[in-house]
Ligand binder design. Structure first.
Ligand SMILES: [Zn+2]
Length: 330
């Protein structure tokens, strides 16, 4: 499931505020990473979280590759087992139950690890188990991360040059001039990918183990996360058009519609591009993961019927959004 980044939204708006004075950025600069320390951090978080949730059911919720490690842990030398469980205890007590998206401390750590500068206490814990991770889970994680990165790079090369300028036009907002850093980690948390505003880059973290993040759907999720950098709940043409529509209908704005728009638009454009390129059907990520169909069925129906005219160039944003909002609240 993909909620995401509301905190970074306001920062992103600041970053784009001066954009009208500059040439429009129609394509974001996206780079992919399989970073050892971020992967170790997320592995410890995920395992600590699974153990904390329930001693019995928790482990079974892990991906088989990670579950396998638990079985193997008993075969590790005793000193290594102790170090690993000390690290899990540290993660349980320090970060247990916290969100990568909404917790400022975890946000800062995410960016600090990408810059190889974690806080000292965390650095000590990570260093104490780094050789264990290096010799057990990391090779499989890194291999899988690189396989996904290769797929997503191909998707970016094939569809990016059309998709990204098209989305920028639909959002009526240029992409950020700063780089988009995509960190691929074995597993993030229960909710899949997320994005946060980094010090010098828009930071997207996504998973190579989560089944819903595979292949072209996984690429679409990355594009959704990138969309968070330029579509915010506070300002900008999309949220403005929603407010305008709700105002003219004298009804409250449909909650989270701005977010559902950036779930809908990338998949809708991608489906068109896949049909053109291969004559093949494509099921958008947020349909495949049931979010549009199960969580937002009313919004999804309205977007397909009315907002799609705007996507197809048959209507302008404001009337298309007014019809969309009317269908939702009417
Ligand atoms: Zn999102």
């Amino acid at each position: 499931m993909h909620r995401r980044k509301f905190i970074g939204g306001s920062a992103a708006v600041l970053a784009t505020a001066s954009a009208p004075h500059k040439a429009s950025i129609s394509k974001p600069a996206i780079t992919f990473y399989s970073d050892f320390w971020l992967n170790l951090h997320h592995t410890l978080y995920r395992q600590a979280d699974a153990l904390q949730t329930t001693y019995n059911g928790g482990v079974s919720s892990l991906h088989p590759i990670q579950r396998h490690f638990y079985e193997d842990a008993t075969h590790l030398p005793l000193a290594n087992q102790r170090a690993w469980y000390r690290a899990l205890e540290f993660y349980q007590s320090r970060y247990g139950g916290r969100s990568f998206v909404f917790d400022d401390q975890l946000n800062r750590i995410e960016n600090a690890l990408a810059d190889s500068a974690p806080p000292n206490d965390l650095k000590r814990i990570l260093a104490s188990v780094a050789p264990i991770y290096l010799n057990t889970l990391w090779p499989a994680h890194d291999r899988l991360n690189r396989r996904r990165i290769e797929q997503w790079r191909q998707s970016l090369a094939q569809y990016g040059p059309t998709l990204m300028p098209m989305l920028s036009r639909l959002y009526q907002t240029p992409w950020l001039r700063i780089p988009y850093r995509v960190d691929v980690v074995a597993s993030t948390d229960h909710d899949g990918a997320f994005s946060i505003y980094g010090p010098r880059y828009w930071h997207i973290v996504t998973s190579s183990l989560d089944r819903q993040d595979y292949g072209l759907n996984g690429f679409e999720i990355i594009v959704h996360e990138a969309s968070h950098s330029i579509v915010s709940p506070e300002s900008g043409p999309i949220v403005h058009s929603i407010a305008l529509a709700a105002g003219s209908l004298n009804r409250p704005e449909p909650a989270d519609l701005w977010h559902v728009v950036i779930m809908y638009a990338p998949g809708s454009v991608l489906r068109e591009l896949v049909a053109k390129a291969h004559g093949a059907p494509y099921t958008p990520a947020f349909v495949a993961n049931d979010v549009l169909t199960e969580v937002y069925p009313r919004y999804y129906a309205a977007l397909k019927q009315h907002f799609q005219l705007y996507v197809d160039g048959l209507a302008t944003l404001e009337p298309a959004m007014e019809q969309t909002v009317k269908a939702i609240v009417g």
